[in-house]
Design a protein around this ligand. Structure first.
Ligand SMILES: Cc1ncc(COP(=O)(O)O)c(C=O)c1O
Length: 402
């Protein structure tokens, strides 16, 4: 790297030091351009990104069809508020609901989608004074106060109390705890079909179905937070379709519009009227630009047959990683569901991620010991091979040192 090139990144970092609130642990890299699964920094260094946009860039960086849709829509109409009917919103809602169920409300992020779901649960239960929501340890639902309180991880609550009333936390896969937490004030059970930030944790077989049964028995809403698992990530449009359990409500964001801010809450038709006019809204939610982007992402996934493709790729990756596990004792477990990939180590995963970055491969560390990958659904076989080889080399090196 030349001294001039270095200064390009440094100039951006300096601006942050002066003007941006330091609430993120940022890598000292300023990304300026991307294409597919490759992204370049201000100094011209190229990275292979197997965690593009924290899962938001579900078709990689700047996929041509998405770029074109955004450009065309921007030239016509960027934003109109929900005072008016918005053609693209109707069409994107139809796209999503006809591949899933129900009716959609649009917002801008995962936390907002979950707020909408929590409000819907309370509004639905209000006549019977039901308001409590049961969520699960290790889950992650966002940073706004409702979503944050739903997030049963004490580290995210520190210094922010008092949190919202009305949440109870259960243990994943522990039916008896869930049963014991349900009472006459319970309105809903909310869970990620596969916990993402919690370390790519796939529920034990039958657990989600048991939650469905409990919800039916007690008249509760079953809410799946599909912010990470939705929009094809697991090889079906929505994660619940892979896991075979029908929820009443799903929340979506991240990959929904391929990196353009967009969130959604979809609920069964019979609950839609509970979110009555005046009770919930989002100024930017469902605007023309985000909706055109979402449609372009959905149509690309469909027309390129990516759901079927992912199912094959995912099975091959699982087999490959299980092979690594047999050879490298630092791998405790591998968890693969569609294009959600977790390699749980017996040692901290942060250093592995840093070493991958030195080799030009971007992956993520979560839940202390898990190396997490959320590759673009259209990642090429060559890119995936190259990225996985780098991860393997790093893990081998760390196993030798352990
Ligand atoms: C499952 C899940 N729910 C909610 C959120 C919050 O989404 P956002 O950051 O868009 O508010 C996230 C973000 O990582 C998530 O993974």
């Amino acid at each position: 790297m030349s001294a001039t090139a270095l200064s390009a990144s440094q100039a951006i970092i300096d601006l942050f030091d002066d003007y941006v609130i330091p609430n993120y642990r940022r890598q000292p890299i300023a990304l300026v351009r991307g294409e597919g699964s490759r992204v370049w920094d201000a100094d011209g260094r190229c990275y292979l990104d197997l965690f593009p946009g924290w899962g938001c860039n579900i078709l990689g960086y700047s996929p041509p069809r998405l770029v074109q849709a955004i450009q065309q829509q921007a030239a016509k109409l960027i934003h109109v508020p929900n005072t008016w009917y918005i053609e693209q919103q109707g069409r994107f809602a139809e796209f999503l609901c006809s591949r899933g169920f129900g009716k959609a409300f649009f917002c801008n992020s995962g936390a907002e989608a979950n707020e909408a779901a929590i409000k819907l649960a309370r509004l639905h239960g209000s006549a019977q004074n039901r308001y409590r929501v049961i969520t699960f340890e290790n889950g992650f639902h966002g940073r706004t106060f409702g979503a944050l309180t739903a997030t049963a991880q004490p580290k995210y609550h520190e210094g922010l109390g008092p949190l919202m009333a009305g949440f109870r936390y259960a243990k994943m896969n522990d039916v008896e705890t869930v049963r014991s937490l349900i009472d006459h004030e319970t309105a809903a059970i909310m869970i990620e079909p596969v916990q993402g930030e919690g370390g790519v944790r796939i529920p034990a077989p039958g657990f989600l179905q048991t939650l469905r049964t409990l919800c039916d028995e007690h008249g509760l809403l079953l809410i799946f937070d599909e912010v990470q698992t939705g929009m094809g990530r697991l090889g079906t449009w929505f994660g619940y379709q892979t896991l075979g359990v029908q929820p009443d409500v799903i929340t979506l964001a991240k990959g929904l519009a391929g990196g353009v801010a967009c969130g959604a809450m979809i609920c069964r038709d019979e609950f839609a009227a509970d979110l009555r006019p005046g009770m919930h809204a989002s100024t930017f939610g469902g605007n023309s630009l985000a909706m055109a982007a979402g449609l372009a992402v959905g149509e690309t996934i469909e027309q390129e047959g990516l759901l079927q493709h992912i199912q094959q790729v995912s099975a091959a990756v699982r087999t490959q990683l299980q092979g690594w596990q047999a050879e490298l004792p630092i791998i405790r477990e591998v968890r693969v569901c569609g294009m959600m990939i977790g390699i749980d180590l017996t040692i901290p995963s942060g250093p592995a991620v840093a070493k991958c970055m030195e080799r030009g491969v971007l992956v993520n560390s979560t839940n202390d010991t898990v190396v997490r990958l959320l590759p673009a659904l259209n990642v090429s076989a060559d890119d995936l091979d190259e990225g996985l080889s780098a991860v393997r080399e790093v893990l081998e090196e760390m196993a030798n040192q352990a």
